[in-house]
Design a protein around this ligand. Structure first.
Ligand SMILES: Cc1cc2nc3c(=O)[nH]c(=O)nc-3n(C[C@H](O)[C@H](O)[C@H](O)COP(=O)(O)OP(=O)(O)OC[C@H]3O[C@@H](n4cnc5c(N)ncnc54)[C@H](O)[C@@H]3O)c2cc1C
Length: 414
């Protein structure tokens, strides 16, 4: 049967665009299929429309997987964050480093990233077919057949770049998992990750819109299981910002095993309880008549200080010198070790990534080839991996895409 291509890439998100480009650059006739008519919607909304392309510091420690970290390290080594920066610069998309360690295009436009990738694919000769949702991906003779409803596409190798389940309106509906499991691959249970947490409501003051740096910790049966420092945002439904988003995957997955979860928040990152006590004692000695809320305003946004006073039943106008020891201790404790009420989390519609997926150990880290089905390759978020907030998930897409594209081209003899 005549082949449409050497390599068929299913899914034209970040990983698929990179995979197809690398396969074509390495001489393979490459076909890139996507279910959507409008490509790259997820890239366009990423990073608040600016696309956080990578990070200053990318290591395997910035990723979560149930698989071996050695696989993550090996994949990242083959296309590093530095190479990502040079790659985008060479395509006319210079990147700038922000204080947080994140790299964004100088243009501040995700569109420039998407356009550069699409242009590079076109220049490399990749055939792109939109509105082609793969219904089955199966071996056929010496190659692979991808059926998309109205027709069947044939190639020597196929690369699954269908992503996970997050932001399903962009086309990532998890359909690729079934193609891999049908070939014997194993799934690690998925859940939303990098997703906001729900609060129970009922804070004494309206804290919506307050952003501050915090230290966020997850305790399971009293033992600390995860900790993130970073920005924290009170929203109308609960909590967002880097620290809660990073913590969410732990909160969700630990919740499968245990109901004894507690989220602790330190509103003064880096401050020990002793330092807080000393700070208070100094203020109380200097100005015993100063009101409690007034002194707390030195450290916290006023509305939050007011809420903590109310929750601890300390009148904000109470003079420092007249605050009973018990109330003072409670209040000070809440500055560094407050129990944050969490009532749940937002689902895949709001999650930036999907945790879980196809077991990492079932692919060869040097090629992203399936160890179970010859000619099948996997790249991107379909795999059992999720990165921290900060450009890590795109870096995974660029790195796995590079490795898979080269690997698939080599497999076809190109
Ligand atoms: C709101 C938001 C903001 C984000 N911001 C950032 C950021 O700034 N930095 C960062 O590093 N990460 C960010 N991420 C995460 C990042 O976008 C993803 O990790 C990355 O896009 C995953 O790439 P992928 O190609 O593996 O999967 P996806 O981007 O999900 O692409 C999968 C593609 O496959 C197609 N597809 C699926 N099934 C089929 C099928 N059966 N047939 C044909 N096509 C199919 C889909 O239409 C889609 O185009 C963000 C995510 C979201 C949701």
């Amino acid at each position: 049967m005549k082949r449409d291509a050497d390599v068929i890439v299913v899914g034209a998100g970040a990983a698929g665009l990179m995979t197809a480009l690398r396969a074509a650059e390495n001489g393979a006739r490459t076909l890139l299929l996507d279910s959507q008519e409008r490509l790259g919607s997820k890239i366009l909304v990423s990073g608040g429309g600016r696309c956080n392309v990578t990070n200053r510091d990318v290591t395997e420690r910035h990723f979560h997987t149930s698989g071996p970290v050695g696989v993550v390290r090996r994949v990242l080594q083959q296309f590093t964050d530095a190479e990502t920066r040079r790659f985008f610069e060479a395509m006319g998309v210079p990147l700038k480093l922000e204080e947080t360690g994140k790299y964004f295009p100088v243009s501040d436009s995700a569109r420039s990233v998407l356009d550069a990738l699409l242009d590079a694919n076109a220049a490399a000769g990749v055939q792109l077919r939109q509105g082609q949702k793969a219904r089955s991906v199966a071996p056929e003779g010496e190659g692979w057949a991808v059926a998309t409803g109205d027709r069947t596409w044939r190639g020597k190798a196929v690369v699954l770049c269908t992503g996970g389940l997050s932001l399903p309106r962009t086309g990532s509906d998890g359909s690729g998992y079934a193609f891999a499991t049908a070939r014997g691959h194993t799934m690690v249970r998925t859940c939303p990750a990098l997703t906001p947490l729900r609060g129970p409501g009922g804070w004494p003051a309206d804290l919506r819109g307050i952003t501050l740096p915090v230290q966020l910790r997850l305790y399971v049966n009293g033992k600390r299981r995860a900790e993130y420092a970073g920005s924290f945002l009170f929203t109308h439904f609960g909590y967002s910002g880097p620290a809660p988003l990073n913590l969410s995957r732990h909160y969700i997955r630990e919740g499968w095993e245990s109901e004894a979860l507690r989220v602790g928040i330190g509103f003064l990152p880096g401050w020990s309880p002793e330092r807080v006590t000393d700070w208070w004692a100094q203020r109380a000695a200097q100005s015993p008549k100063r009101a409690v809320s007034n002194v707390l305003d030195e450290l916290l946004p006023a509305r939050l200080a007011e809420a903590l006073c109310e929750l601890n039943e300390v009148p904000g106008d109470l003079p420092l010198g007249q605050t009973p020891k018990g109330e003072r201790n409670r209040l000070l404790h809440s500055l560094t070790q407050f129990d944050l009420p969490v009532a749940g989390y937002l689902g895949y519609e709001k999650a930036e990534v999907t945790a879980g997926g196809i077991v990492l150990n079932e692919v060869d880290a040097n090629t992203m080839a399936s160890k179970l089905a010859p000619g099948l390759f996997l790249a991107g978020e379909i795999l059992d991996i999720d990165g921290w907030l900060g450009g890590y998930n795109f870096q995974w897409a660029w790195s796995t895409g590079t490795v898979a594209g080269r690997g698939a081209a080599a497999y076809t003899g190109r």
